[in-house]
Ligand binder design. Structure first.
Ligand code: FAD
Ligand code: NAP
Length: 312
């Protein structure tokens, strides 16, 4: 039986693997369905991981992480986990897509999340070359420039406010004339002089060239097109949490979740189920940054060690 099963091999899972094995757990396996490294390996540049200077890609950042963990005994299994269940004896059962399963005393779930795409022309082509889903990651690249934000929920409005502090102007493009966001956030957006609301406007096409994005065309209510010339487009139209492994046979979740499908955790990354921890982008209120996911992984690992040792 495993002391700890780690589901997902992004920054959270790899850091959990490092801390559990180096902290003394003998039998730890990290289950990762693809290559370890997580979603940051898709990024062409990461500037905000502490201590890293110079131009490096997300892949450059993540390449040494698995080797560092393996040195302390982390086992890596390339498998897709389909479900984490829990027997009456409190032992966890890790079910995998090949039909086999493993048992574990503790589990750290680190399966991440993925922002939704809006579906306009050019969104995929220019993703990472002017189209972004992360203002904290990419906002700085547009310092003293104009950008557009797409969406009308809390995320879009909060990120528009964040970008308005860095950029000269933010066009907030929303397909309706009313927002889903909290009233005080809407009031703050309306009171920010360098945010222009572009309402009843459906994104049609992002355009540009070899150097990246030049702008976006939106269709207005009267059918006319408006062109907004900006080098950066930030899309915030919702988020899919990779929480499928926690769904049980009867459709319920193994542990308590937020209404938006994130795992509820306390400051120790403990879920509502003893011995089950969640870390990284899939937990509630995650800042969705590599440094934070790695920090979560370390916190969860220290708690998993205490749980397996009976000090919980
Ligand atoms: P993830 O990195 O999403 O890793 C989850 C892992 O779990 C994946 O490898 C996945 O394959 C695996 N997995 C999922 N389900 C299963 C399953 N059922 N079985 C087995 N394995 C499974 N952050 C920054 O700090 N700075 C940046 O500049 C920055 N730029 C970014 C640019 C881009 C293009 C993207 C997409 C993200 C960026 N981020 C950046 C965000 C950062 O990548 C995430 O916050 C971070 O990767 C989250 O780590 P995680 O371990 O929680 O999840
Ligand atoms: P959301 O509430 O689902 O909002 C998504 C927005 O994107 C909506 O305004 C939607 O328009 C728009 N949209 C969806 N698909 C689109 C498309 N294809 N093209 C153009 N626009 C599209 O998502 P979210 O903002 O990420 O928030 C998710 C949940 O987290 C919400 O419940 C939110 O309250 C919560 N949250 C809370 C906080 C906070 O409390 N501080 C912060 C962030 C998020 P329509 O309105 O027309 O559908």
């Amino acid at each position: 039986m495993l002391d700890c099963a780690i589901i997902g091999g992004g920054p959270a899972g790899l850091t959990a693997g490092l801390y559990t094995t180096r902290g003394g757990l003998d039998n730890v396996t990290m289950f990762e369905k693809g290559m370890p490294g997580g979603q940051i390996t898709m990024s062409s540049e990461i500037e905000n991981y502490p201590g890293v200077t110079g131009h490096i890609t997300g892949m450059d950042l993540m390449i040494p992480w698995p080797e560092q963990c393996q040195r302390f005994g982390l086992k890596h299994e390339m498998s897709e986990v389909t479900r984490v269940a829990r027997g009456e004896d409190g032992i966890f059962i890790i079910q995998k897509s090949d039909g086999t399963s493993d048992e574990a005393k503790s589990v750290i779930v680190c399966t991440g999340s993925a922002p939704k795409r809006a579906g306009f022309v050019g969104e995929d082509t220019f993703f990472g070359r002017g189209v972004s889903t992360c203002a904290t990651c990419d906002g700085f690249f547009y310092k003293n420039k104009e950008v557009a934000v797409i969406g009308g929920g809390d995320t879009a409005l909060e990120e528009a406010l964040y970008l308005a502090k860095i950029c000269t102007k933010v066009y907030l493009i929303h397909r309706r004339d009313s927002f889903r966001s909290a009233p005080n956030t809407i009031a703050r957006v309306k009171g920010t002089p360098n945010i222009e609301l572009v309402l009843n406007a459906v994104p049609e096409e992002v355009f540009g060239g070899a150097m990246g994005v030049d702008g976006i065309r939106v269709k207005l209510q009267d059918g006319s097109l408006r062109q907004i010339d900006v080098p950066g487009i930030f899309v915030f139209v919702g988020n899919n949490v990779n929480n499928q492994v926690l769904i049980q046979e009867d459709g319920s979740f193994l542990c308590d979740m937020t209404p938006w499908g994130e795992v509820k955790v306390d400051l120790s990354m403990k879920t509502s189920v003893p011995g089950l921890f969640a870390a990284g982008d899939m937990r509630e209120s995650a800042p969705k940054q590599v440094v934070c996911a790695a920090g979560d992984g370390a916190v969860a690992a220290l708690q998993a060690i205490a749980f397996v040792d009976g000090h919980h």
